[in-house]
Design a protein around this ligand. Structure first.
Ligand SMILES: [Zn+2]
Ligand SMILES: [Zn+2]
Length: 347
């Protein structure tokens, strides 16, 4: 079968690999019908060394169950399923608390970890299939597939940012980043009733979509100028919640600059730094809190799916390009060049 491999920064190839097969009684074998490239795939695409490659890529997919191990009970051959970007049993203490990314039974629970497989491929072995996979009540060619595919990562991640930031009807929110996760954070803040949603982003096509998803204001300036503009829009105080969907130090500093005293910075952009200011002059002085982490998107699938099925939200609008497996290497480059927001892959 064919799969996507990243050899090092800038070097993505489609190659033949051994067919995925069931290895454990709790596995399922899924034939992938839709997957995509993630903004987080761009971090290794920009920095991965040859010593760390080749790595199987892709952690967001929908597919049809082709086979199941003897212990799998919740999905069966022929079911259309969506997989979150983290593997989990959905039954341990952490999963029951909605923290599937800390599942006790999936130590290395990301696709390129324990599974050593990827979603940008023709098929994939899914560990802990009963917990990981969720059946979709539509056909593989449904017009809802792009929106349902966002349940595997970006929608749940944006939603987690808003939930971890405790967004509600009385909160003003700043979203930092106009990538797919930032736009999903806007949509999520809107869903939770936020009073004001300021989107910080520089790409007009994306911020226009942000308006559509519920942003009340857009600030394209960055640094001190951007911070000043957000403060002007919020009576000089900044916002109660900042949803940080980028992950680099300038974004963190931007968050510190626009958060209101007593507020929360909720991070879902994968931090590309190990150290950040949390002392007196940054978080402590004004009772600021830091929240967020890898989103347990599995916890939100049942809650968010009905809104997609009944048309209340249309998160699939973040996909602005579609390709097949052969087009995946170019898809990475287009996303890195900001020519595409998010690329859908029909293997
Ligand atoms: Zn992703
Ligand atoms: Zn668990």
């Amino acid at each position: 079968m064919r799969a996507t491999l990243m050899y090092e920064a800038g070097d993505v190839r489609i190659e033949n690999v051994p067919d995925s097969v069931i290895k454990h009684p709790t596995d399922a074998l899924v034939r992938i019908t839709a997957s995509c490239i993630c903004g987080s795939d761009l971090w290794p695409y920009g920095s991965m060394t040859r010593a760390d490659g080749p790595a199987r890529m892709g952690h967001e997919f929908i597919g049809i169950v082709e086979d199941t191990g003897s212990e799998v009970t919740t999905v069966k051959r022929g079911d259309l399923v969506v997989a979150p970007f983290a593997i989990s049993d959905n039954t341990c203490a952490f999963c029951r608390e909605g923290l599937h990314t800390s599942c006790s039974h999936a130590q290395a629970n990301f696709w390129d970890g324990e599974a050593e497989e990827g979603g940008q491929a023709e098929a994939v072995r899914v560990p802990l299939a009963d917990g990981t996979l969720v059946k979709l009540p539509v056909a593989a060619d449904s017009a809802l597939i792009p929106s349902l595919l966002t349940l595997s990562d970006v929608l749940g991640t944006g939603y987690h940012a808003a939930v971890a930031g405790q967004v509600n009807e009385r909160t003003r929110v700043t979203v930092i980043g106009d990538g797919a996760v930032g736009l999903m954070a806007v949509l999520s803040a809107k869903r939770l009733g936020a009073e004001q949603i300021v989107l910080m982003g520089r790409h007009q096509g994306r911020t226009d979509l942000g308006h559509e998803f519920g942003a009340t204001d857009v600030v394209s300036a960055r640094g001190e100028e951007g911070i000043e503009q957000v403060r002007e829009l919020t009576g000089g105080h900044g916002t109660h919640v900042v949803l940080e969907a980028v992950g680099n130090m300038p974004a963190y500093q931007q968050a510190l600059g626009v958060v209101r005293p007593g507020g929360v910075i909720s991070r879902v952009g994968v931090p590309q730094y190990e150290e950040a200011p949390i002392g007196f002059g940054s978080l402590f002085r004004h009772n600021l809190r830091l929240a967020g982490g890898p989103a347990p998107v599995r916890a939100y699938i049942e809650e968010l799916m009905p809104d997609i099925l009944n048309g209340t939200i249309e998160p699939g609008k973040v996909f602005d390009a579609t390709t097949n497996l052969d087009g995946v290497p170019a898809g990475y480059q287009d996303m890195a060049d900001r020519k595409s927001l998010k690329v859908l892959v029909n293997p």
